[in-house]
Design a protein around this ligand. Structure first.
Ligand code: HEC
Length: 139
């Protein structure tokens, strides 16, 4: 009987923890890349030519939501919830290249993942360009 009692207390803690997580889940809307993503390293060169290529892809596919300067103010982005990220913010720029690469590769509703749309090289060029957008604001 004692064991049964302890067992059911244990279970009720688990149930409470699950309820707590369900409750907190939707409130913490922070999008986090898995820790492993930090280990991804850009295997390509970073130079002005690459930056130009990243900018071109960005203007074609991303600026509609994230805005021309990456401030999250693109025309198609204004109605979205969550709003498109502002790349000039520390919250984005403090993430590793790997985390940013992982996010634009995998996407998260309402943003598509670009794994099958862009080559790996093009996705790294975008990471390079997102870094550049981060600098624009500091200038
Ligand atoms: C349909 C609109 C839309 C398009 C197009 C789009 N995004 Fe996004 N993006 C979003 C939204 C919305 C979020 C925020 C998601 C969240 O925080 O849950 C986001 C978040 C991100 C993030 C994560 C930044 C952070 O907050 O940590 C990156 C990186 C990103 N987008 C890159 C891109 C790139 C690169 C492209 C173009 C190839 C692109 N996005 C195109 C809507 C879009």
């Amino acid at each position: 009987m004692g064991n049964f009692f302890r067992g059911s207390i244990g279970k009720s803690y688990v149930i409470q923890a699950v309820i707590l997580l369900l409750f907190l889940g939707p409130q913490s809307n922070e999008w986090k890349a898995p820790n492993d993503a930090d280990k991804l390293v850009n295997p390509y060169q970073v130079n002005t030519e690459i930056l130009g290529k990243g900018e071109k892809t960005y203007k074609q596919l991303c600026s509609v939501c994230h805005g021309n300067k990456g401030k999250g103010d693109g025309v198609a982005g204004s109605a979205l919830n969550p709003a498109p990220s502002n790349f000039s913010k520390e919250r984005v720029q403090s993430q590793s290249d790997g985390a940013i690469f992982w996010k634009l590769t995998n996407g998260k509703t309402p943003m598509a993942g670009y794994k099958d749309i862009l080559t790996e090289e093009q996705r790294w060029q975008l990471v390079t360009y997102i870094r550049e957008l981060g600098k624009i604001k500091k200038k």
